[in-house]
Design a protein around this ligand. Structure first.
Ligand SMILES: [Ca+2]
Ligand SMILES: [Ca+2]
Length: 400
């Protein structure tokens, strides 16, 4: 282990009357306490991992407002209610007070097994006029189920979707994992779909193969057609929808509030979860380069740096298993411009402080309600968080 463990004096402080535990401030420069890394790779630049712990002084008020089965994604409607998906294949409308509607009718058949089912949902860029919503799901296919994207018109009363069209289909693959996915409209109204490598073996190098949409981010128009300025348009044998490649499994993404570029968090294997800014035509390396190793401990890459492949802005080893990520845009918390990440394995909300494209601080908030899947900022700056459990919850987070 090459990381210098600084003299960190973690002193358990007395538990307050509210029952939360806390620890004394570690010395300046010490990272969040996580245990040792699995690999002994050196970061490509200072601060690429284990940024100093940065305390914002926030204490969270955590309120459970509704229960759902494996809730996966939240999309707020203009009236303040939210569309919320459940991975087994239901979409519902939830009010600010947590009243949950019956499932919305009219969704096409969804194949729910393993890590997949109904996943993300987002409003179209002209929702106020056309009421089009977009969702990602695992579609039953003859040659192996895979990630698809559909859109449909939400009725005025929110009870059903109609005029449903499947606008994108990832190539099929026979596995139950690594479906992605997040749906992010860019500022020009084009749709990014972030996906995964469908748990293909690293030795198959599928995410590096430009002939398939597996292990890729794609960019499409809202009707499923291909933007003429996509990076691989006109390249023989390459699906023109591809925006970037070499991705393992992306379940969290957002547009940078200033630059409008796509940022994503990506699951690594054992070690090597990543934060990336995703640019058209670039290769993000999986599985040719990674800061992780296989679950059996076998190496995947002998070197995490390679010419022509992008370095993550930041990585975690051990992993956080990132669900969604959002840039915080509000003012209720003192986090404006920070990256907030839902962590499935640590049951925490992870906050990254940025300076440009460098991570300069990390903080974690122990929510202690199970696997954190999604987060969404409410118009008042509070947060809704989903826990991906059989008896999952919508949690409302406000500062104390
Ligand atoms: Ca990578
Ligand atoms: Ca979100």
């Amino acid at each position: 282990m090459r990381y210098l463990i600084l003299g960190v004096f973690l002193v358990a402080a007395a538990c307050g009357s509210s029952g939360e535990t806390s620890v004394a401030q570690p010395q300046a420069g010490a990272p969040v306490r996580t245990g040792g890394p699995h690999t002994d790779f050196r970061p490509a630049f200072a601060g690429q991992t284990r940024a100093p712990e940065t305390r914002s002084g926030v204490r969270l008020n955590i309120q459970s407002i509704a229960r759902l089965e494996h809730p996966w994604a939240i999309a707020f409607l203009p009236d303040g209610r939210a569309l919320v998906t459940e991975r087994p294949g239901r979409m519902r409308i939830v009010t600010r007070d947590g009243d949950v509607s019956a499932p919305i009718a009219g969704l096409p058949e969804i194949s729910a097994h393993g890590q997949g089912g109904l996943m993300d949902v987002t409003l179209g860029p002209n929702f106020a006029q056309d009421r089009l919503i977009y969702w990602s799901f695992v579609e039953p296919r003859e040659r192996g189920d895979s990630t698809s994207v559909a859109r449909g018109r939400l009725s005025e009363d929110g009870a059903r979707v109609s005029e449903v069209q499947v606008i994108f289909r990832q190539a099929p693959w026979r596995s139950n994992g690594h479906y992605g996915s997040r749906l992010i409209f860019d500022r020009d109204g084009r749709l990014f779909v972030t996906m995964g490598d469908r748990q293909s073996s690293p030795s198959e190098r599928v995410a590096q193969n430009l002939a398939t949409t597996i292990g890729k981010v794609v960019r499409i128009n809202p009707d499923g057609s291909i933007p003429s300025d996509n990076p691989f348009v006109g390249r023989n044998g390459v699906p023109a929808a591809i925006w970037s490649y070499g991705h393992r499994n992306i379940q969290g993404a957002d547009l940078h509030p200033e630059t409008g570029e796509l940022w994503e968090v990506e699951h690594g294997p054992r070690g090597g979860d990543e934060l990336n800014v995703v640019r058209g035509g670039r290769n993000y390396g999986w599985p040719a380069i990674t800061y992780g190793e296989s679950y059996s401990g076998e190496p995947i890459a002998d070197n995490p740096v390679r010419e022509g492949m992008e370095q993550p802005l930041y990585y975690w080893d051990p992993v956080i298993a990132p669900g969604d990520m959002d840039f915080y845009r509000g003012e209720l918390f003192p986090w404006r411009g920070d990256v907030l990440i839902a962590s499935l394995t640590t049951n925490t909300l992870v906050r990254l402080r940025l300076e440009g494209e460098r991570v300069v601080g990390e903080e974690r908030f122990d929510l202690d309600h199970g696997r954190v899947r999604d987060l969404a900022e409410v118009s008042d700056g509070s947060l809704w968080v989903l826990t991906d459990e059989d008896n999952g919850e919508i949690l409302r987070l406000t500062p104390r």
